[in-house]
Design a protein around this ligand. Structure first.
Ligand code: SF4
Ligand code: SF4
Length: 383
């Protein structure tokens, strides 16, 4: 290892941005051994950390934007280095200087849309609940059982709107008294925070928290693991606590309490993809599998990487808004794994995963080989 003199000011700036924990790293490289990037190209978190420790970070480079915050390497580190915090700190510094490589430019568009319309997809705020216009869904009020927090992709993305409709349909069939916030809902802010825009995150989080308090929200059902993660683990930084349940957890309760009855036969082989923010980050592995195992006729099979070793789809950490060359997409590998497992359906529970998998399905010309489904879509067809 060469000896280099540290650039003290840069090091201090990275520390101030929240990356100080890099000092614990002793360069063992165990993080790189599990990083999904090394399946598709060279990338070294170990090197990124060493450069940060010496103030040698290439602030305009691609590497500091690569980490998908998949949560794999923090579980391996013998020194407790929080690699995701280091990556986010570096992004905060780059964001402050407004230095971005070409692949990150589209994330800047998403950021601008978050600031002006409260969603990253350039949809108008007033159209946030357009997906629900024929669904007879009520606005949330205090006496209801729960708020359904729909999230940005399910509100605006044409593919994901189908998941919002399936979710609402299940809740109605189970007799759940629920409502939505309509144009008072803003992006949860999870991904823009990981992409280094802390102020945008704080503005979005405060908007939502103000609305939750004003409307008397206590229990929140979410479809996205990213909303789940930030409401549960990050919003408490603002001294608030709401009961948050992912739809998979809620669905399992509805089935166990006899509020939903599954009818007919679903004679297909299905594999389940654990989204990083549901599995590794929050330990929810059993509920989705338990739900699928309740479906008559359904055969559940595992892929090569599952539960805590699940393979990231590539969409976390704001990567869903960045450009990834076709040959570097983890989601392509995941579809190949689903095919190798003999599954005709790849089921999951995250809007980013579904978006990436649908794109890989087209790129790989797998339209006749594997279908991509949210668990709610499978269940709704069985009611
Ligand atoms: S969190 Fe995941 S993507 Fe990020 S460096 Fe670690 S293993 Fe790689
Ligand atoms: S696993 Fe931890 S100690 Fe080892 S190189 Fe990675 S960050 Fe450093």
């Amino acid at each position: 290892m060469e000896t280099v003199a540290p650039f003290i000011e840069v090091v201090e700036e990275i520390k101030e941005a929240g990356g100080e924990i890099f000092k614990l790293c002793f360069q063992c490289g165990l993080c790189d051994a599990v990083c999904p990037w090394n399946r598709v190209r060279d990338f070294s978190m170990r090197k990124l950390i060493r450069e940060a420790a010496f103030g040698l970070t290439e602030i305009d480079g691609e590497d500091l934007w690569r980490c998908t915050t998949c949560g794999n390497c923090p579980t391996q580190c013998p020194r407790g280095v929080k690699q995701i915090d280091v990556a986010v700190a570096l992004r905060r510094v780059a964001t402050e200087y407004e230095v971005f490589p070409a692949s990150v430019k589209s994330a800047r568009t998403a950021r601008a849309s978050l600031i002006s319309e409260g969603n990253p997809l350039q949809g108008e705020r007033k159209n946030r609940s357009q997906w629900a216009k024929d669904q007879s869904i009520k606005p949330f009020s205090e006496e209801m059982e729960a708020l359904y927090f729909v999230g940005c992709y399910l509100s605006y993305d044409p593919r994901m709107k189908k998941v919002a409709v399936a979710t609402a349909s299940i809740l109605k069939k189970a007799g759940v008294e629920f409502g939505i916030l309509g144009d008072r809902e803003s992006c949860c802010g999870e991904s823009i925070r990981k992409a280094g825009s802390e102020e945008v995150f704080k503005t979005l989080a405060k908007d939502n928290i103000k609305t939750f308090i004003e409307k008397g929200v206590k229990k929140i059902i979410v479809s996205s693991p990213h909303c789940y993660h930030t409401f549960k683990n990050e919003y408490p930084e603002f001294m608030v606590h709401f009961e948050v349940v992912h739809m998979n957890q809620y669905l399992m309760d509805l089935i166990e309490d006899g509020r939903l009855e599954l009818k007919g036969e679903f004679s297909k082989r299905v594999t389940y993809h654990d989204p990083c923010y549901l599995g590794r980050h929050n330990g929810i592995y059993d509920e989705p599998r338990n739900i699928l195992n309740r479906v008559p006729g359904l055969e559940l099979v595992e892929m090569e990487n599952f539960r805590k070793n699940s393979l990231c789809c590539g969409g976390g950490g704001g990567r869903i808004w960045m450009d990834t060359p076709k040959e570097e997409r983890f989601s392509d590998i995941r579809l190949e794994q689903a095919k190798a497992a003999g599954a005709s359906i790849l089921a999951t529970s995250c809007p980013y995963c579904i978006t990436n998998f649908e794109e890989s399905r087209l790129n790989l010309e797998y339209e006749d080989i594997v279908e991509i489904k949210d668990i709610t879509e499978i269940i709704n067809d069985m009611l």
